[in-house]
Design a protein around this ligand. Structure first.
Ligand SMILES: Cc1cc2nc3c(=O)[nH]c(=O)nc-3n(C[C@H](O)[C@H](O)[C@H](O)COP(=O)(O)OP(=O)(O)OC[C@H]3O[C@@H](n4cnc5c(N)ncnc54)[C@H](O)[C@@H]3O)c2cc1C
Length: 545
């Protein structure tokens, strides 16, 4: 890095590297403590694993089976907390699991596990179903050897929107977050203490040095690029998990079907998400370059389709019905190289003179990772009063809005009762959805949108207003940021939404300072990204050069 191109910036209390859920959680926690953090993300916010998960906020029944009671209890408590803090973003989700003779867990084992699960949640959250009840609730389910089944409760989140909510709430209260900014090196003094971090704008190549006494490395599967593992033989093992997305009308359902794959006895899920059906996930070693967007392979797709044919043999569905796919890489810490699905999902914290690395874990437990990282960083941080309200006054706006939204819901979903949201009418569910995803920033959305913007985009549950708000206010650099993470319509619409691109451009054009040449470049780049990483397998065309 040439010295003459480096500018030296103000000092931050801490710098967080990585804009996935772990980094966003640390950022949010730091702001809550009255600190002034900087978060940098090399790509777009939530570009990594945190937009590619199964979207489940769950205790994880399988961890109980492995005897990991503390991990499960912590995750169940986090689930309950997130349901109460982020309604509309984290929503209850029912699961149903048919049980078979000679295959998968027995009723006895499930009853025991689910009783513990309910105990951890502090209320009964499971049910036992007879064979007839399962047949009634899961049409077309495989009947051969079917004995009975169980039902239980967990929760679902739009993972990318959770990251964005944490980041933008943090920004509104005094934090600074920059996407497309890569941390290239950690600055240290002669004693080895951290003094700053070298950053590079990934578009311009411009370098800069930011001063800070502590850097939190929250780069997930990339963690060892900034901080090699201090434990001999204990390294990140990137494990890929992939999903297939289908139109919801193929098998309308309001709950997850959990089943055991006949090939390897792993639990696989078929779940509803935003009007679509998602089938996943796989768990395989990721041999590819982790800095590139991962994609599903034909073998993984065949494995998932085999599982689906096993549980719903009479469902007329094939890969030709698939609208999109999504693959992510788990940041798993591994020592013994056991079977992929048996690797621990627990997180680690490494410390080295002001460089704190936090990786592993789950989306559900992001707050626990943040808490542990902040604890490790404590001695380098200034002593501010705990929970000091940050600048920006976000909390006041939030409470006004929350009471407005509550009223809106009580009075049948009239958005007139929501301050600033205009005269349109939305269902109570749609109002809660906006509140959950955008918090106090719904007011900014209302300020730039008209009544007709509060209508859905095509067959999706996403509103045009969300797209306009994302374009105007949510730090997008590329069309892919907008269509794949600010909103997720690139996953729900055929061809990634390219069939509607003219209308999309007309609606969001006024919110972006892009000329025709920029639009042409963005459309081409988006198509390439979608084809390479999100298209259904088998229909991946050769990318345009
Ligand atoms: C298929 C799959 C399904 C899953 N399902 C669930 C689930 O249902 N529930 C659940 O609780 N968990 C689930 N998980 C786990 C969960 O998604 C991850 O644990 C979590 O998203 C990891 O978040 P992270 O922030 O640590 O990493 P990431 O989200 O990958 O974020 C790391 C970020 O760091 C950035 N970065 C890297 N290097 C640099 C650098 N030098 N400078 C700046 N930025 C950098 C990357 O671009 C990336 O965006 C799933 C994981 C997978 C793969």
């Amino acid at each position: 890095m040439k010295e003459d191109r480096i500018s030296i910036e103000k000092r931050y209390d801490l710098v967080i590297v990585g804009g996935g859920v772990t980094g966003a959680g640390v950022f949010h926690a730091a702001v809550q403590r009255g600190l002034c953090p900087l978060l940098v993300e090399a790509n777009d916010f939530a570009w990594g694993t945190s937009s590619r998960s199964s979207k489940m906020v769950h205790g994880g029944l399988r961890y109980l089976k492995e005897g990991k009671f503390l991990l499960t209890r912590a995750a169940v408590r986090e689930r309950q907390r997130l349901l109460s803090v982020y309604p509309g973003l984290v929503d209850p989700l029912n699961f149903i699991m048919p049980l078979y003779d000679g295959h998968g867990p027995s009723m006895g084992a499930m009853k025991f596990g689910l009783s513990l699960y309910s105990l951890m949640a502090g209320e009964k959250q499971h049910e036992i179903f007879s064979r007839a009840q399962i047949l009634g609730q899961v049409p077309k389910v495989c009947q051969t050897s079917l004995l009975s089944g169980v039902g239980f409760k967990d929760a679902q989140v739009d993972d990318a929107r959770l990251v964005l909510r944490l980041i933008f709430d943090g920004c509104d209260q005094g934090g600074v977050a920059q996407n497309y900014t890569r941390a290239t090196a950690i600055g240290r003094n002669a004693k080895g203490d951290v003094t700053g971090v070298h950053l590079k704008d990934t578009r311009t190549g411009q370098g800069r040095l930011v001063k800070t006494p502590v850097v939190i490395n929250a780069t997930g599967a990339f963690a060892e690029t900034l901080h090699p593992s201090p434990v001999k033989g204990f390294h990140i093992r990137p494990l890929r998990g992939s999903h297939l997305i289908f139109p919801g009308k193929l098998y309308p359902m309001d709950r997850v079907i959990s089943f055991i794959h006949p090939q390897d006895n792993r639990a696989v899920f078929l779940f509803p998400w935003e009007g679509c059906l998602v089938l996943g996930t796989t768990d395989v070693d990721h041999k590819g370059d982790v800095s590139k967007e991962p994609c599903i392979t034909k073998e993984e797709a065949d494995y998932l389709m085999e599982g689906l044919a096993h549980i719903l043999p009479d469902l007329k569905v094939s890969l030709a019905d698939c609208i999109a796919s999504i693959a992510g890489v788990r940041p798993i810490l591994s020592k013994k190289k056991v079977a992929a699905s048996k690797e621990s999902r627990e997180h680690v914290v490494w410390k080295e003179g002001g460089l704190i690395t936090v990786t592993g874990g789950k989306l559900t437990t992001f707050q626990l990772l943040a808490r542990d990282a902040m604890k490790a960083a404590q001695k380098y941080l200034p002593r501010y009063p705990k929970n000091k309200p940050g600048p920006g006054g976000g909390a006041g706006a939030e409470s006004t809005l929350k009471s407005g939204l509550k009223k809106g819901i009580e009075y049948g979903g009239s958005t007139e009762s929501v301050p600033g949201l205009g005269p349109g009418r939305l269902s109570p569910k749609a109002i809660l959805r906006l509140w959950g995803r955008y918090g106090a920033r719904v007011l900014d959305m209302a300020a730039i949108c008209c009544e007709e913007d509060f209508t859905p985009i095509g067959t999706t549950q996403t509103l045009w207003a969300e797209l306009c708000h994302g374009a105007r206010h949510e730090q997008i650099r590329h069309l892919s940021d907008l269509l794949l993470r600010r909103v997720r319509i690139g996953l729900f619409l055929p061809h990634g939404g390219m069939d509607m691109i003219a209308e999309i451009q007309a609606r969001i054009g006024p919110h972006l300072a892009w000329d025709d040449a920029r639009w042409a470049r963005e459309k081409k780049a988006y198509e390439r990204v979608w084809q390479d990483a999100y298209a259904p397998p088998g229909r991946r065309m050769k990318s345009p050069k």
